[in-house]
Write a protein that binds this ligand. Structure first.
Ligand code: SF4
Length: 97
């Protein structure tokens, strides 16, 4: 199969070595990839070819499957602005340091 997008392929090859880089290169080179790798490849592209280590766009439909999603606890800290919730409600404050 032909190369799908020469410029994007160059960007991916020059990008950081993070999850999704290799599947994206394979796909852009005309290769076939599995669904899980397609998600990783899209997130790699979306994160500026791996520039950012994490994604906090929880409204994105790919977020639950993204290798760049923020771990639940850290996401909660951000959302709650320093308040930590446990099974029994707010259990204390957390520092963002
Ligand atoms: S989950 Fe995040 S990184 Fe992945 S496509 Fe959605 S917004 Fe982009």
């Amino acid at each position: 199969m032909p190369i799908l997008d020469e410029d994007m392929l160059k960007s991916a090859k020059a990008g950081k070595l993070r999850a999704g880089r290799n599947p994206l290169i394979k796909y852009l080179s005309g290769g076939k990839i599995f669904r899980t790798d397609a998600v990783k490849a899209k997130c790699y592209d979306c994160n500026g070819m791996g520039e950012s280590k994490e994604c906090d766009i929880i409204s994105c439909s790919l977020y639950p499957y993204s290798p760049y999603r923020i771990k639940k606890d850290r996401l909660l800290k951000r959302a709650l602005g320093g308040v930590r919730r446990g099974k029994k409600g707010i259990v204390g404050e957390v520092s963002n340091a």
